[in-house]
Design a binder for this molecule. Structure first.
Ligand SMILES: NC(=O)c1ccc[n+]([C@@H]2O[C@H](COP(=O)([O-])OP(=O)(O)OC[C@H]3O[C@@H](n4cnc5c(N)ncnc54)[C@H](O)[C@@H]3O)[C@@H](O)[C@H]2O)c1
Length: 467
């Protein structure tokens, strides 16, 4: 069902406690009530600076290297190359197959290495893209900043709370542009949602819910292991890095998200996107005050320690947030809902819908049924006298569901990468700097802390730690 239809239906469902009165008819408008189609659909304009719209002089070309060129690293380098004025010069990965894959995506022979420090030593590298598993982000980002490179670092920014602050500190100390790769931060749908939220059109917002669900092996990170995976083709010891030492295990290498040693499970994989969207819309740039999680490994019992269902309740000062990810059911897949006293805003994929609440004055319709009929009738008569219907000819539609949609083919990651490149060129702060990236990462760490410790995670702002 198209979103505008769903929006219109919600308006009507919200008022099911009262029969459709003449007043309701006025609100919806005669045509709307007859057809059920009240939503106005607006196509959002892509940003002006999008790829291929602007030529960059050769002297402004930015040269980059990718560190970590698995699934996301290859997507990121492709995105960077699709932006005007970029050139890729080197690639670093720990698996031979990925060094090959990166060059295939770049359509060019590149300098290759399994030691990222060799990339950082190159004078012709302006910035690096870091798309390794999460447990390597901090060390590489800090070393890159110290080497004078700007950094596009994939989300979640950090593997631990302490790392996040060290990364933000390195960006500041070496005066580097560090942008975290949560692309919702630059997306036009979330920018529109932010505008609507800031206008006050939603009224007072006290509750937010969001989820991303999946129901297949790939969604549960059960990725196939390439047939040539071995200690000859993979630098296993370097992969372990600061993680506990253990014998070669190709499943851990390719399915690292399942294990806390290398990733943050569902919070690091997916909460971070939901939280980036929520903080972008609401304008909050801080960790939550408290978090409480529940969940478990119910279905994908393959030795993983990361849960396949997790549900977390967050406390932010002005509102509460319920976030969940479920790898055991998908219906529907990716939703953020913001509940205000005047309207509900929903982002579902690339579609944003705002459905007004019924806020006009109404006579009491519930408790007066406990009154004697005479008093009840007098109350209703007086109420109607104080709230007369508009004169004929003055009826108007005062509330309407609205839908905004990104154009077909729109990709927020292109806007996010373009924002990063603009920051590198202009030295203006990035769209998702290390401070913001750290705040969403802390929220992910709090969700995991609560899940694994079976306790409420409390953010201690003074000590900069979870207690
Ligand atoms: N923004 C998004 O939408 C998005 C989507 C997917 C993944 N990600 C993030 O991107 C990162 C990578 O995820 P992925 O799915 O591509 O993982 P992946 O396993 O497909 O790729 C990771 C690559 O990093 C390499 N690597 C590991 N340690 C390294 C090191 N020390 N030096 C150089 N290379 C190293 C591995 O060899 C591997 O090829 C993660 O942080 C993930 O959360 C972001």
């Amino acid at each position: 069902m198209p979103d505008f239809e769903r929006g219109a239906r919600s308006v009507k469902q919200n008022r099911s406690r009262n029969a459709l009165t003449r007043r309701d008819f006025i609100r919806l408008g005669a045509g709307a009530a007859a057809t059920g189609a009240t939503a106005k659909v607006t196509l959002l304009e892509p940003r002006a600076f999008r790829a291929a719209t602007r030529a960059v002089p050769p002297s402004d070309t930015l040269r980059f290297a990718s560190i970590g060129t698995g699934v996301r690293g290859c997507e990121d380098l492709k995105t960077a190359l699709s932006c005007p004025g970029t050139e890729m010069v080197a690639v670093c990965d720990l698996y031979d197959g990925r060094l090959t894959a990166a060059q295939e995506v770049a359509r060019k022979q590149l300098a290759t290495t399994k030691d990222y420090r060799a990339v950082l030593d190159r004078k012709d590298v302006d910035f690096v893209i870091v798309a390794t598993p999460d447990h390597w982000h901090a060390k590489i980002v800090e070393d890159a900043c110290a080497a004078g490179k700007d950094v596009y670092c994939e989300k979640p920014m950090s593997h631990t709370v302490e790392e996040g602050f060290a990364m933000a500190g390195a960006a500041e100390k070496y005066n580097r542009i560090v942008q975290v790769g949560s692309q919702r931060r630059s997306g036009i749908v979330f920018a529109k949602a932010r505008e609507i939220y800031a206008s006050g059109a939603l009224g007072q917002v006290t509750a937010i819910e969001a989820w991303i669900d999946r129901n297949d092996a790939s969604g549960a990170w059960v990725y196939p292991v390439p047939p040539d995976a071995s200690e000859q083709t993979i630098d296993w010891n370097r992969f372990l890095g600061s993680a506990p030492k253990r014998p070669f295990d190709a499943k851990r290498f390719f399915r690292w998200r399942c294990f806390r040693d290398y990733g943050e499970g569902l919070p690091g994989d997916l909460y971070v996107h939901l939280l980036t969207g929520i903080l972008t819309i609401t304008g909050v740039n801080a960790p939550p005050e408290r978090a409480l999680s529940t969940g478990g490994v119910f279905r994908w019992k393959d030795g993983r320690d990361a849960p396949d269902l997790i549900w977390t309740f967050y406390e932010y000062p002005d509102f509460r947030v319920a976030v969940r990810c479920n790898l055991n059911n998908e219906s529907p897949a990716d939703v953020t809902r913001i509940f205000g006293t005047k309207a509900t805003l929903e982002v579902k994929g690339e579609t944003l819908t705002v459905v007004p609440q019924n806020t006009r004055p109404q006579p009491e319709g519930y408790s007066i049924f406990g009154w004697p009929e005479k008093l009840r009738n007098e109350y209703l008569k007086e109420w109607r006298a104080q709230h007369p219907d508009p004169a004929p000819g003055n009826y108007s539609v005062v509330e309407e569901a609205q839908t905004f949609q990104a154009p077909p083919g729109y990709e927020d990651q292109i806007d996010h990468m373009n924002n990063f490149l603009e920051s590198v060129r202009t030295r203006r702060p990035s769209a998702e700097d290390a401070v913001f990236g750290n705040h969403t990462a802390i929220a992910c760490h709090m969700a995991n802390y609560s899940y694994f410790n079976k306790a409420v995670a409390v953010w201690d702002e003074a000590a900069k730690q979870i207690k």
